[in-house]
Design a protein around this ligand. Structure first.
Ligand SMILES: *Cc1c(COP(=O)(O)O)cnc(C)c1O
Length: 233
């Protein structure tokens, strides 16, 4: 059976190969290991293999893991990547290093107000709905510039970039067009005066397409930890 360590090695090899194929610098693509539904032990094993960035979708589960692993010698970075309700922002502001899934000003305002004094500003990405389905979370591209301006004014938040979760297509060319549209939105914001450096895009099945289109963070779960058994929404 493949171990987390060998899976991680294989994923890092995929990222390196994609960087080489598409003229990207490997140092510019950060791997976020998505550990949702997996126990703290799995995170511990990945950390022992050198993986330090972890993504979580479910708040209570994540808080339990963060607490269980707080005494690890490695300093882990925790990324909240799931849907965020406004009554659950405080523990996210207190315990995470990054939030990738902000799509409303109200959520950003609460995170800004609740980020503890003395902690560095919370790194934040705005989630954008680039595949245009009514059911998906993420701000509509037309509303992005207004939201980005508002977030950029919040002193306890550091707006880093954009994130997207386009539905899987199985069609590499279509995936690339969607990821390219997120990159173009980031470039437009930077032309308007922002200085954003993060494109959080690409999962197990489409990481190559994302790297080809400029991803600086890929969020990979299944290829590292295995197939999830728990039903997810
Ligand atoms: C679950 C999840 C991932 C990881 O997906 P895999 O296909 O398992 O790699 C990445 N991003 C988000 C937002 C997720 O919810």
């Amino acid at each position: 059976m493949a171990t987390i360590q060998s899976n991680l090695q294989a994923v890092n090899t995929r990222i390196a190969a994609a960087c080489a194929a598409f003229g990207r610098d490997r140092a510019d693509v950060r791997l976020v290991a998505v550990s949702k539904t997996w126990p703290a032990e799995a995170v511990r094993e990945a950390a022992a293999a050198g993986q330090l960035d972890f993504g979580e979708n479910y708040l209570q589960e994540a808080l339990d893991k963060i607490a269980a692993l707080s005494s690890l010698p490695e300093k882990l970075s925790w990324h909240f990547i799931g849907p965020l309700q406004s009554n659950k922002t405080r523990p996210v502001a207190e315990h995470f290093d990054w939030v990738h899934s902000v799509d409303r000003e109200k959520i950003a305002e609460r995170l800004n107000a609740q980020r503890p004094e003395g902690a560095p500003a919370l790194n934040l990405c705005i989630q954008v709905n680039i595949s245009g389905e009514a059911s998906k979370s993420g701000v509509e591209p037309a509303a992005l510039a207004t939201l980005a301006r508002a977030v950029a004014r919040m002193p306890r938040l550091k707006l880093r970039g954009l994130m997207s979760v386009p539905e899987p297509t199985g069609d590499e060319a279509l995936s690339r067009r969607r990821f390219a549209s997120l990159r173009k939105l980031l470039e437009e914001l930077n032309r308007d005066g922002h200085a954003l450096d993060t494109l959080s895009m690409g999962m197990t099945t489409d990481l190559e397409a994302a790297v080809a289109e400029g991803a600086t963070m890929v969020r990979i779960g299944t290829a590292i930890f295995g197939q999830r058994h728990q039903a997810l929404e």
